[in-house]
Write a protein that binds this ligand. Structure first.
Ligand code: AHG
Ligand code: MN
Ligand code: MN
Length: 346
C-alpha cells in the first residue's frame, strides 16, 4: 500500500519551504532542462560563505572582528577585520567549486586563479565581500555583493585572467547581494526577475520570502551623501532641489545609510532614487563598477528600475580595470526619467 503525493499536495503543506538552491534548480529546469546543476553548485559556495559572514556579523561585538586591520587595501582604504575575514570566507568557499576559474575581489589587487584549474572552470565571480565597512563598528546594516560572468570558451584567460573578467555588466549571468540587516536576506537575479530569500536561522537555509520583486514605479525618498553637495555637478544639485521642493504634490525625504547594499535595498523595496555622483575627491565616482554598480544595476533593471552613470546605462560600460570606479544613479522609473530629463541633457 503506498500514497502518491501530487505536487499540489506538497505545496499545500506550510512546511514546504523553497530554498535558494531549490529555486535555482527549478529555474534551470524551467529554462534549460539539460542544465547540469553546476551553476547551483557555484551559488551554494556564495550562500555558504554569506551564512558564515552573517554569523560573524551578528557576533561582531563579542569577537575580535571589529576595528581596523591596520593596513590599507588596493582601494587606498583602511581594511576592517571583517573585510578580510569575509574575503577569505568567499575565496575558500568558491575555491572548492571547481567550476569557478577566476575570482576578482575588492580586497585583492589582482584577479585570483586557482592552481591547476586552468581550462576547466567556466565561471568568474566578482565580489565586494563586505560592503559598508565603515558601518560595522556602529552596528548598522552591511552587505556582500556578487556578480557572476561566464568565461570565454577559448580559455584564453589562462594567460590573462584580468582581461577575461573585464566584461560589460550586460553580460552578467547572475548577480546578487546579501544584506546583514534586521534579518539576513539574499536578493539575486539570473536575468529572469529578482527574488529574495530570508535566512531562517532555525533551519540554516535561505528561504524564498520575496518572489519576483518589482521596484515601485515612483517613490518619495532620495538617497545621497549631500555632505558632498558643493562637489556635485550642477545638474545633480538642481535635480535634488526639485525633489526636495516636492514633485506633483509629492514631498521627498532624504535617507542615507552609507552602505550601498542597504541604501539600494530600501530603494528597491520602497522606490525612489539613490545617487553617488562624481565628486572632487572621486572624479570618476566612488563606487566600483565590476562588483558594486554592475550587480546592483542588473538587479535594478530586472526589477523594472533604471541605472546610469549620469550619462549612459551602467550595464553598457566596458570596463578597463578590475577596480575602476563609476558614478551611480539608480532607482524607480519616475525618479530616473526625471533625472535623465534634468541632468543627462545638461
Ligand atoms: P565598501 O565598504 O565596500 O568600501 O563600500 C562603501 C561604499 C558604499 O557601500 C556606500 O554607498 C559608499 O561607500 C558610502 O560612501 P560615503 O561614505 O562617501 O558616503
Ligand atoms: Mn562596497
Ligand atoms: Mn567592501
Amino acid at each position: 500500500m503506498s500514497q502518491t503525493l501530487t505536487a499540489q499536495d506538497a505545496v499545500r503543506s506550510d512546511a514546504n519551504i523553497i530554498t535558494v538552491q531549490q529555486h535555482i534548480l527549478n529555474e534551470q529546469r524551467r529554462l534549460s532542462p539539460d542544465a547540469s546543476g553546476s551553476f547551483s553548485w557555484l551559488l551554494s559556495g556564495i550562500t555558504l560563505a554569506t551564512k558564515m559572514i552573517s554569523a560573524r556579523v551578528r557576533r561582531a561585538g563579542l569577537l575580535d572582528v571589529t576595528g581596523q586591520v591596520g593596513n590599507v587595501n588596493v582601494q587606498g582604504e583602511q581594511q576592517q577585520k571583517l573585510d578580510v575575514w569575509a574575503d577569505q570566507a568567499l575565496i575558500h568557499c568558491l575555491g572548492v567549486r571547481e567550476n569557478v576559474a577566476i575570482i576578482a575581489s575588492e580586497e585583492s589587487e589582482h584577479a585570483i586563479t586557482f592552481d591547476g584549474r586552468t581550462g576547466r572552470g567556466k565561471y568568474a565571480v566578482l565580489f565586494d565581500p563586505l560592503d559598508g565597512s565603515s558601518n560595522i563598528d556602529v552596528n548598522v546594516s552591511v552587505g556582500t555583493i556578487f556578480s557572476i560572468v561566464e568565461l570565454p570558451a577559448d580559455r584564453k584567460y589562462q594567460t590573462d585572467p584580468t582581461t577575461a573578467v573585464l566584461q560589460a555588466g550586460a553580460r552578467q549571468l547572475a548577480a546578487g547581494y546579501v544584506i546583514y540587516g534586521s534579518s539576513t536576506m539574499l536578493v539575486y537575479t539570473t536575468g529572469h526577475g529578482v527574488h529574495g530569500f530570508t535566512l531562517d536561522p532555525a533551519v540554516g537555509a535561505y528561504v524564498l520570502s520575496h518572489e519576483d520583486m518589482r521596484i515601485p514605479n515612483a517613490g518619495n525618498i532620495y538617497s545621497c551623501n549631500t555632505a558632498n553637495w558643493n562637489e556635485f555637478p550642477a545638474g545633480y544639485r538642481e535635480y535634488m532641489k526639485t525633489l526636495r521642493e516636492g514633485v506633483d504634490g509629492r514631498a521627498y525625504t532624504l535617507r542615507y545609510i552609507g552602505s550601498l547594499v542597504a541604501d539600494f535595498h530600501r530603494t528597491l523595496v520602497n522606490g525612489g532614487v539613490f545617487l553617488y555622483p562624481a565628486t572632487t575627491s572621486y572624479p570618476q565616482g566612488k563606487l566600483r563598477l565590476l562588483y558594486e554598480a554592475n550587480p546592483i544595476s542588473f538587479i535594478a533593471e530586472q526589477a523594472g528600475g533604471i541605472a546610469t552613470d549620469g550619462k549612459q546605462r551602467i550595464l553598457d560600460i566596458v570596463p578597463s580595470d578590475i577596480h575602476e570606479r563609476t558614478p551611480l544613479v539608480v532607482g524607480s522609473p519616475a525618479e530616473m526619467m526625471r533625472f535623465q530629463a534634468t541632468v543627462e541633457q545638461t
